[in-house]
Design a protein around this ligand. Sequence first.
Ligand code: DSN
Length: 413
Amino acid sequence: MSYLAKSDPEIANIIEKERLRQTNGLELIASENLVSRAVLEAMGSIMTNKYAEGYPGKRYYGGCEFHDEAENLARDRLKKLFGAQHANVQAHSGTQANMAVYFAFMNLGDTLMSMKLTQGGHLSHGAPVSFTGKFYKIAQYGVDPKTEMLDYGVIAEMARREKPKMLVCGASAYPRTIDFRAFQEIADEVGAYCMADIAHIAGLCATGIHPNSVNVVNFTTTTTHKTLRGPRGGAIMCNSEYSPAIDKAIFPGMQGGPLMHTITAKAVCFEEALKPAFKEYNKQIVKNAKVLAETLMNNGLRLVSGGTDNHLMLLDFTAQEITGLEAETALCRAGITVNKNTIPNETKSPFVTSGLRVGTPAVTSRGMKEAEMRNIGNWIAKVVKDIHNEAKIKEVSQQVTAMSSKFPLYPEI
Ligand code: DSN
C-alpha cells in the first residue's frame, strides 16, 4: 500500500483500519472468506485497464489477446473443477448470474418457484423487493415447520399446482444438504427448468463434500467468493446446448465490459480450488461447523434444524428473549462478526430478526480448527446469554484478540 499511502492517505488509512478489524476480530459471516495473496495480486493487477466486451475470440475491442488467454483459462479451470460442459465467468455477481438464467429461459410473467427469503432463500430468488418479484409470478416453498428441513414431497405438490417455468433450489441460510436430483426430478415432472444456486456451498460441491449440482440440474449458478474463496463475482455452468442463450443473456443482454481483473483472479481461485489442499480446507470448514454447532448447543442454545451439514448454522434466540439484532451488535463489540438472520416461522422484521447466521469459511482460512471453534462457541454463548453485561463483552473481546493474533490473515507477510 506504499503508493496509496502517499497519493491518498485518507483512503489508505481506511484500508489499514479495515485490515486491523479483520486481523483482530473473528469473521463468522457465512458468506465471507479471505482470498489468497495470489488472488489479491491478480485482482489488483493491470488487467483492470482493458475493455474486453464480447467473449474470447470474438471481442469488440482490439488488444484482447491476453485477456482471451486469461478468460479461457478461467472457463477451462471452472469446467474441470465441477465437470461442467460450459462455463460463463463474466457475471459480475451471483444475482446477475441468476438473472442471466431467468432472462435466457423465462418470459416476463412466467412462474418462478423457489425458497422463501425468510426461510433461507435469497433476494434474487423471488423476493418482492427484487427484480424477480416484479418481473415474474412467484411461488415459494419453505422448510417443514417441525424438522426445519426441506420436504421434497411438499415441494413436488406445490410444483404440480403452480406449474413453474423455473424451479430454483439453493439457499443463503439453509444448514442442511440439498438433494439436487430430487429438485431436477420435480422440475422434469412438471416441465420446468431447474436452477441450483450453489453460491454458499460451491467449495463443498466442487470437492465432493456436498453433492455437486452440475450435470444434475439444468443450470448451476454461483458466486466465487464464499466457500470457493475467490474474488467477488459470479459464474454460471450448464450443458453445451444451453450455452449460447446463457452467454447472450450475460453479454450483450445485461452487462457491458467484463471485469477482466476479476476474471483473471477467478482463474487463480479455480486453479487453487483444483489442488488437494482445497479439499482438505473444505473438509475442515465442515468439521469446524459441526464442533461450533455442538458447542453452542451444549451451552443451551437452539440451532434451527438441530445442527448443520455444511458451513453454516442458524441460532434461534426465541428462548433467550433477545433479537438477532441485539446479538449481532453485542457480538460485534466483542470482535465476533456475524449477521442477524430470519429463522423459519420468523415473527420479527428482517432488520431485527430472532436469529443469527454463523459460518466457518473465513476462520478456517486462517487455520483455526476444532479447539478454536470450542472457544468461539463458548464466547458466543457467554455474550448472548448476558447481552447487557459490558464487563463480559470486554473480557470476550480481549480473548478474541489474543486468539486472533495467533492466526494472521496472511502468515507470509
Ligand atoms: N451475500 C449473500 C449472503 O450473505 O448470503 C446474500 O447476497
